[in-house]
Design a protein around this ligand. Structure first.
Ligand code: NAP
Ligand code: ZN
Length: 351
């Protein structure tokens, strides 16, 4: 199937129109027309090869929502016309202990990512959701519940699951005290989801600019991370802190904010950490952890939870040709709180 998307050709080239082929359907494949795709900070990191393993050309995009247009002969759960979604991964080994318990993101052989990852059958690089069509094996396709507004659901597929998964791993619920560092795409979902799960939520931001937003998203308070007095007062007051900052930064100021047995979970990919001061870790039996996206079953649980609780990302809709400006604005944190590309703005592919 011929399709069209936007790709970066090198670390310095802007994203530009790119024609390419989607594979012929395998028996267990679902083909979808993409309607919306969210813009994650990882798309920007990967387009710029910030992590050193990008293969060019790269078609980014892993917050994908659309409709089924064709199914392979063995597909059981989907039919043409269904509203479906795809997140950060499109395949895994399916047989290791992690895959068998629904944690495909932790697959022992490594998950196949939605873009810039070798396909497990052909070895060709996968291409993501900044495009008109996608072909994905059935096991990695999510069902979008009817109650979810399709035009706002896309960011749940990465920003949503990446913050929901640690909230579930660390059993957040009524009575939990959750801190969220950085109020961006992931951060604002962390606030909405933690608050939806019944937790008391505090945003830790660089300034007070987002205080009103933080409250309207469901936070009880905003703490300015450079306000030493306020940070001292907040010591031992969180069970879980989710750190979504996308650049290298010092974790030490945040450790004393955790209560005994509290966990600071880093979800931003920020490279090597500065040295950690061990006393706050030892004395409070505190932990620093990481967390990658979430499994397929948990992602479906999240979509169903959001439909039930009417939790939706705050989105700014853009056209595909605005993506380079959107990347620049994301670096300046000038988005409230997730860009979503309307794929009808892409020209139709010539078949
Ligand atoms: P984003 O929308 O740009 O939000 C990041 C937020 O961090 C900003 O809104 C800002 O909040 C804060 N921030 C930005 N620059 C900063 C700086 N120089 N110093 C301190 N704080 C800063 O990004 P995102 O899409 O949420 O992604 C966040 C990170 O998570 C990225 O590194 C991304 O690659 C990573 N990620 C990881 C996973 C995973 O599986 N673990 C999945 C998706 C994304 P304030 O203005 O409130 O300070
Ligand atoms: Zn992402």
């Amino acid at each position: 199937m011929k399709t069209i998307g936007y790709a970066a050709q090198s670390t310095v080239s802007p994203l530009a129109p790119f024609s390419f082929e989607r594979r012929d359907l395998r028996p267990n494949d679902v083909a979808m027309e993409i309607l919306y795709c969210g813009v994650c900070h990882s798309d920007l990191h990967m387009s710029h090869n910030d992590w050193g393993w990008t293969t060019y050309p790269i078609v980014p995009g892993h917050e994908i929502v659309g409709r089924v247009i064709e199914v392979g002969r063995e597909v059981k759960r989907f039919k043409v016309g269904d509203a479906v979604a795809v997140g950060c991964m499109v395949d895994s080994c399916q047989v290791c202990d992690q895959c068998r318990k629904g944690e495909e993101q932790l697959c022992r052989q490594g998950m196949t990512m939605t873009y810039s990852s070798p396909d497990r059958v052909t070895g060709e690089m996968t291409h993501g959701g900044y495009s008109k069509h996608l072909v994905v094996r059935e096991e990695f396709v999510l069902r979008v519940p009817d109650a979810l507004d399709l035009s706002r659901a896309a960011p749940l597929l990465c920003a949503g699951i990446t913050t929901y998964s640690p909230l579930r791993t660390w059993n957040v619920g009524p009575g939990s005290r959750v801190g969220v560092i950085g109020l961006g795409g992931l951060g604002h979902m962390a606030v909405k989801l933690a608050s939806g799960l019944g937790a008391a939520v505090t945003v830790l931001s660089r300034s007070a600019d987002k205080e009103a937003d933080a409250r309207s998203l469901g936070a009880d308070a905003l703490l300015i991370s450079t306000d030493l007095e306020a940070m001292t007062k907040a010591q031992s007051s969180f069970d879980l802190i989710i750190d979504t900052v996308p650049v290298k930064h010092d974790l030490n100021p945040y450790l004393p904010l955790l209560d005994i047995d509290g966990t600071l979970v880093v979800v931003g990919q920020v490279g090597p950490l500065d040295e950690l001061i061990t006393f706050p870790l030892l004395l409070g039996r505190r932990r620093v952890a990481g967390s990658p996206i979430g499994g397929i079953a948990e992602t479906q649980e999240l979509l169903d939870f959001c439909a039930r609780k009417n939790v939706l990302p705050e989105c700014e809709m853009i056209h595909m040709d605005e993506i380079n400006d959107a990347f620049k604005r994301m670096v300046r944190s000038d988005v409230r709180y997730r860009f979503v590309i309307d794929m009808s703005s892409l020209p139709k592919a010539r078949s």
